[in-house]
Write a protein that binds this ligand. Structure first.
Ligand SMILES: *Cc1c(COP(=O)(O)O)cnc(C)c1O
Length: 373
């Protein structure tokens, strides 16, 4: 089969980016030059505005993938004698716990398994029971299943209990509304290559200024110290170490496009439509979503694998790829599943396109419908 273009990425990032974003990488920048420093400053200002956090927080970018920024935020915000309650319902919550193990910081997990949300009452009971817990760490949209966790309720309880909140909003920020004036958090982490539709290469943290001011000396690591990155940037306008200049330039363009699309509301509307078309079309072919409708996010959707004995994920994947779409394997420990992302430069047309491809591939594999075992 001939391919007219590179395949669309129906994945949670890196994802399909626009031509404008890719084109923004065709210029070389001096990392110490004031033009580049202004670009960084403008990005940070814009990210704070998107979260309505200009008055309360600062934005600190960090080289690396999203996990580097999560690790840096945990290391910087959590005092060495602090203790975190880590809410887990998938790979990214588990990763935060793993980071804390590496860092040798005290933590307590609340593990909900693969696809249940941490319930606000459970969180409250754990905080009641352990006054030593200083921080709560939560994933906004747990990308392993696509579940949208009840962030607002958890933030409210955390504040009422006098603890501090750190949010891994990697796969949500930019498409799901965050309002720092109403949602109390000390740290919120995301990266360039998710809902803002940039290319991979850096992450960033929105950090409550008065909390960050207390964080000198917390980090075990120089390169992951967000306090040091912040103070150095305040002083010089520069990143401490070589920044991913082309990625930053692409991100500046991606942010302009985000704003032109109507900011968070505009992006959410497009992704929500993508999800609607996808879920409806998949269900019409007999596929089942892992999650009930109320927990589905407009970011990525997990489907049970078809139960038919001809089904083989690797073949299914390859045949769909031949038709121009890259889907994503499942990341669940218990059930056989695969995922399809709704984010990136994807529109209703591409969602209908992948549905058509899946129908054709099922036919080719001799599978009448997508119903699970
Ligand atoms: C993508 C993602 C990350 C970061 O993953 P990297 O591979 O390090 O970029 C962290 N948390 C969540 C919820 C994510 O979706």
């Amino acid at each position: 089969m001939h391919q007219l273009r590179e395949p669309y990425l129906l994945t949670p990032g890196p994802l399909t980016t626009s031509l404008a974003t890719k084109s923004a990488m065709l210029r070389d920048w001096g990392s110490w030059d004031s033009d580049f420093n202004q670009l960084t400053a403008a990005i940070c200002r814009r990210l704070l505005t998107v979260a309505h956090a200009e008055a309360s927080h600062v934005c600190v970018p960090l080289q690396g993938s999203g996990t580097y920024a999560v690790e840096a935020a945990l290391a910087t915000l959590l005092p060495r004698d602090g203790k975190a309650l880590v809410l887990m319902n998938g790979a990214y919550g588990q990763r935060m716990a793993r980071i804390l193990e590496y860092l040798g910081r005290n933590f307590m997990p609340l593990d909900m398994g693969d696809y249940l949300p941490p319930l606000p009452d459970q969180v409250e009971a754990m905080l009641d029971a352990d006054p030593g817990i200083t921080h709560v760490a939560v994933v906004h949209c747990e990308t392993s299943s696509g579940i949208l966790n009840p962030l607002e309720a958890i933030a409210e309880i955390t504040q009422r209990q006098g603890r501090r909140l750190l949010v891994d909003a990697m796969s949500a920020f930019g498409a799901l509304p965050i309002d720092a004036r109403e949602l109390p958090f000390d740290g919120l982490v995301a990266s360039a290559n998710k809902c803002f539709e940039g290319v991979p290469g850096f992450g960033f943290a929105l950090l409550r200024r008065d909390a960050l001011e207390q964080c000198q000396g917390n980090s075990h690591s120089l390169s992951l110290d967000l306090y040091d990155q912040w103070t150095a940037m305040e002083r010089s306008g520069q990143w401490r170490f070589t920044p991913p200049t082309h990625v930053v330039a692409a991100f500046a363009s991606a942010l302009e496009q985000h704003e032109a699309e109507g900011g968070v509301a505009g992006r959410l509307a497009r992704y929500a439509r993508n999800k609607e078309v996808l879920v409806e079309g998949m269900r019409a072919m007999g596929f089942h979503t892992l999650l009930a409708d109320r927990w589905l996010s407009p970011i990525i959707v997990t489907f049970h694998a078809p139960g038919h004995l001809h089904f083989d994920f690797n073949l299914f994947y390859r045949l769909i790829k031949q038709r121009g779409f890259i889907i994503y394997p499942g990341k669940l420990t218990e059930v056989d599943s695969f995922r399809i992302g709704c984010i990136g430069q994807l529109f209703e047309e591409q969602m209908r396109g992948v549905l058509t491809a899946i129908r054709a591939v099922l036919d080719e594999m001799g599978i009448p419908d997508g119903s699970p075992r």
